[in-house]
Design a protein around this ligand. Structure first.
Ligand SMILES: *[C@@H]1O[C@H](CO)[C@@H](O)[C@H](O)[C@H]1NC(C)=O
Ligand SMILES: *[C@@H]1O[C@H](CO)[C@@H](O)[C@H](O)[C@H]1NC(C)=O
Ligand SMILES: *[C@@H]1O[C@H](CO)[C@@H](O)[C@H](O)[C@H]1NC(C)=O
Length: 356
């Protein structure tokens, strides 16, 4: 009698075990944990292809074939034709780009590639992150995208400490990857002009010696000598003792300008060929959301948005005191971008973690 009961119990236990193993194996992204306990799992449910499906209303039929990062083979073996010049394409910059791609990489980390469903968060630099206490929640996403010189050190509670990718351009490269990033963070260069390729090349290659050495600024970040500075809107950290030098080039990626084209064309509806005087372009933030919608299945955003019109004195960033005035000559139209983000929120393509 007793042994019969025991057998029943054992059979039931075996059945439960099989179901648990099957369930954890069926969720490939978690296969390292043999047993999957849904109760402990507080991650947002992730539906494969959802972001792409939802945003197709805005983006239309655009090519999913586009690589995230530019690859040497596309310029070396195949001459990839581009309809536009930078920042929307690579037309005219191919030779320079070839040299840069030869000393950088393009791979997406295996840890991201193998995920069946990718949960991503784009962390903007907005003031709304202050006291948000979102740090822990942000660290839980599979992919955390940060922008420009956004600091992490000292702000972990509000913005988290994990950085999968950091998008930057020369003028915004005032950050120390050793302090603000993880050892495996991808540093993603957004090129606005051919000179940006020159800049990264000089930082990464031995060519740096050909440039006159400059005395480092107090922060330890050198500034470019005058003639080259003229090509940039703001002072640019130079190779002198630039923190990016700790990189080998293997953690630098060159973002496919295709995403800039999509952000400008589909989200902001900007003319692709603009007269020289009104060169409006998307912000790195909008660009990052566009990229995330291509890379991820679920996209959340935090720290986006600017203070309202009544609040002109409030800082726009969580880590520094600058007001909306500083955006006046940036070439960005923040109200137009806000409308674009609102549209994406309305159709459910993205979700906001802070007020938007
Ligand atoms: C988008 O592509 C699908 C299938 O590839 C096609 O059926 C649909 O008509 C296309 N839509 C537009 C707007 O081109
Ligand atoms: C910015 O965009 C808004 C909304 O699309 C538009 O009304 C405004 O004229 C634009 N401002 C500039 C300076 O282009
Ligand atoms: C997202 O923004 C809306 C306003 O557009 C706001 O009502 C909502 O509370 C925000 N969500 C979060 C989590 O802050």
């Amino acid at each position: 009698m007793i042994s019969k009961c025991r057998w029943k119990l054992l059979a039931m236990l075996a059945f439960v075990l099989v179901v648990m193993v099957w369930y954890s194996i069926s969720r490939e992204d978690r296969y390292i944990e043999l047993f999957y306990f849904p109760i402990l799992e507080k991650k947002e449910p992730c539906l494969q292809g959802e972001a792409e499906r939802k945003v197709s209303k805005l983006f239309g039929n655009y090519s999913q074939e586009q690589p995230i990062f530019l690859q040497l083979k596309d310029y070396f073996w195949v001459k990839t034709p581009s309809a536009y010049e930078l920042p929307y394409g690579t037309k005219g910059s191919e030779d320079l780009l070839l040299r840069v791609l030869a000393i950088t990489s393009y791979s997406i980390p295996e840890s991201i590639q193998r995920l069946k469903c990718r949960r991503c968060v784009v962390v903007g630099n907005g003031h709304r992150l202050r006291n948000s206490l979102l740090g822990e929640a942000i660290n839980k996403y599979d992919v955390v995208i940060r922008l420009n010189n956004a600091p992490v050190a000292g702000y972990e509670g509000d913005v988290g400490s994990k950085t999968t990718m950091r998008l930057f351009y020369p003028e915004s490269a005032h950050f120390n990857p050793k302090v603000e990033d993880n050892p495996d963070t991808l540093l993603v260069l957004v090129a606005f002009k051919a000179m940006d390729f020159h800049w990264i090349e000089s930082i990464l290659s031995d060519k740096k010696r050909a440039w006159p050495p400059v005395s480092p600024a107090p922060s330890g970040v050198g500034l470019l000598p005058a003639p080259l500075t003229l090509h940039f809107r703001e002072p640019v950290p130079s190779h002198g003792c630039h923190p990016l030098l700790r990189t080998t080039g293997l953690d630098i990626r060159i973002l496919n300008p295709f995403f800039m084209e999509i952000a400008a064309d589909k989200l902001l509806r900007l003319p692709m060929q603009q007269p020289h005087k009104i060169k409006q372009k998307p912000t790195t933030g909008l660009l990052a959301i566009t990229l995330a919608l291509h890379l991820c299945d679920l996209v959340h955003i935090a720290g986006f948005g600017y203070p309202d019109a009544q609040n002109k004195k409030e800082s726009i960033h969580y880590y520094e005191q600058i007001t909306i005035k500083s955006m006046a000559w940036s070439g960005h139209n923040v109200s137009q971008e806000a409308l674009a983000i609102k549209r994406m929120l309305e159709i459910g393509a993205v979700k906001n973690l802070t007020y938007f």
